[in-house]
Write a protein that binds this ligand. Structure first.
Ligand code: NAP
Length: 262
């Protein structure tokens, strides 16, 4: 029986990249999306094809859910139970950028609340639901070791004064990782944080020219844009249990951005 991963925001960008890489190593998938059903269907189809190419038979099912809404999160977990009856990996990937990218002296509470619901509250309460289920699974069979991976960002530790809410949410996600890592270690559930750098996706498309220039000028020692698959492969490494004695840890997928240089 295949292991099952639930990936939020898997219709496009990094989430799709994670889905494709997990499919390639034979995971069944729940592909969550917010509104773009056609993109989610395309991800699911591509995942099944990718798995086949790599010698696996998998299922990939799509499920609409706004991770910022409690009733939707409940429905997503119920859907996963009904479709697959098990959960081995939750990837909290869904996220939005700062609405309007306003300077912190002008930023609005309304936009702050909207972003926090999706980028911080959603992952916390989805981890709670997944965590309860993983406790249940471990009690039924102590060899079952679920995992949670939170997709954070270099913005967790790097300021952008026109995206304050985004930075605060990602910094908060670091504490979510540590909290659930500490709480769930006794039931064999490891929790990790992946911090992507500049990754080519719809989110970064509007600022492509800015980052083209910065990368060209040496923003990162590895002088290229990251691809969704770069993040996907990092998640696969964590998901496949190569780090059994590591939890609450951060994996930077940022081309070396965090190295201080003179
Ligand atoms: P993206 O291309 O804009 O894709 C966003 C994905 O999230 C889509 O699948 C979208 O679904 C989904 N989504 C948005 N709001 C949602 C909600 N309320 N509920 C459920 N799903 C929702 O973004 P991305 O660049 O792949 O970013 C993915 C994650 O990586 C985010 O957490 C982001 O903060 C983080 N990240 C990105 C970068 C980067 O350079 N791109 C760097 C660091 C971290 P629909 O298709 O239905 O709209």
């Amino acid at each position: 029986m295949n292991q099952v991963a639930l990936i939020t925001g898997a219709s496009r960008g990094i989430g799709r990249g994670i889905a494709l890489e997990l499919a390639a190593v034979g995971w069944d998938l729940v592909v969550n999306y917010a509104g773009n059903q056609a993109a989610a269907e395309d991800t699911a189809k591509r995942c099944v094809e990718q798995a086949k190419e790599d010698g696996h038979t998998i299922r990939a099912e799509i499920c609409q859910c706004d991770v910022g809404q409690a009733v939707d999160r409940d429905r997503l977990i119920v859907f996963t139970r009904e479709q697959f009856g098990r959960l081995d990996l939750l990837v909290n990937n869904a996220g939005i950028t700062s609405i309007g990218r306003a300077d912190i002296l002008d930023a609005s509470e309304e936009n702050w609340d909207a972003l926090m619901a999706i980028n911080l509250k959603g992952p916390f309460f989805l981890s709670q639901l997944a965590g309860r289920w993983m406790v249940e699974q471990n009690e039924a069979d102590p060899s079952r070791r679920g995992k949670i991976v939170n997709v954070s960002s270099i913005s967790a530790h790097t300021v952008s004064t026109n995206r304050g809410d985004y930075c605060v949410a990602k910094a908060g996600l670091g504490m979510v990782t540590k909290l659930f890592a500490a709480r769930l270690a006794d039931v064999g559930v490891n929790v990790y944080e992946v911090c992507p750098g500049v990754i080519a996706s719809d989110m970064t498309a509007p600022v492509q020219a800015k980052y083209d220039k910065l990368i060209d000028e040496g923003l990162t020692p590895i002088r290229r844009w990251g691809e969704p698959g770069d993040v996907g492969r990092a998640v696969v490494a964590l998901a496949q249990d190569y780090f059994p004695f590591t939890t609450g840890e951060v994996l930077n997928v940022d081309g070396g951005f965090t190295i201080r240089r003179i």
